[in-house]
Unconditional design. Structure first.
Length: 85
């Protein structure tokens, strides 16, 4: 099992469970039995997130009309709707 742990970072036990996000963490089963599994926790919905390196210096916002191929979309590398200003 795994869950979203905002305190998780590269190098900590169980982090990077999905191979993409440091905050995705294994729990409960060997060798991660020391990490308790909480109830369901998910990344924030309908907002830009920058899990791999902090927020950019360029402004950004959530744009429901943004899609692949449009200028400025995919600003966070995770959501098409996250758009640079």
């Amino acid at each position: 099992p795994y869950f979203w742990d905002p305190e998780c970072s590269n190098g900590k036990l169980g982090c990077m469970a999905d191979g993409i996000h440091a905050e995705c963490r294994f729990c409960g089963k060997k060798p991660f039995e020391s990490i308790p599994c909480p109830g369901p926790i998910e990344p924030p919905k309908d907002q830009c997130t920058f899990p791999l390196g902090g927020e950019p210096l360029i402004g950004y916002y959530w744009d429901e009309t943004c899609e692949s191929g449009k200028l400025g979309c995919w600003a966070d590398g995770l959501h098409a709707e996250c758009r640079f200003c």
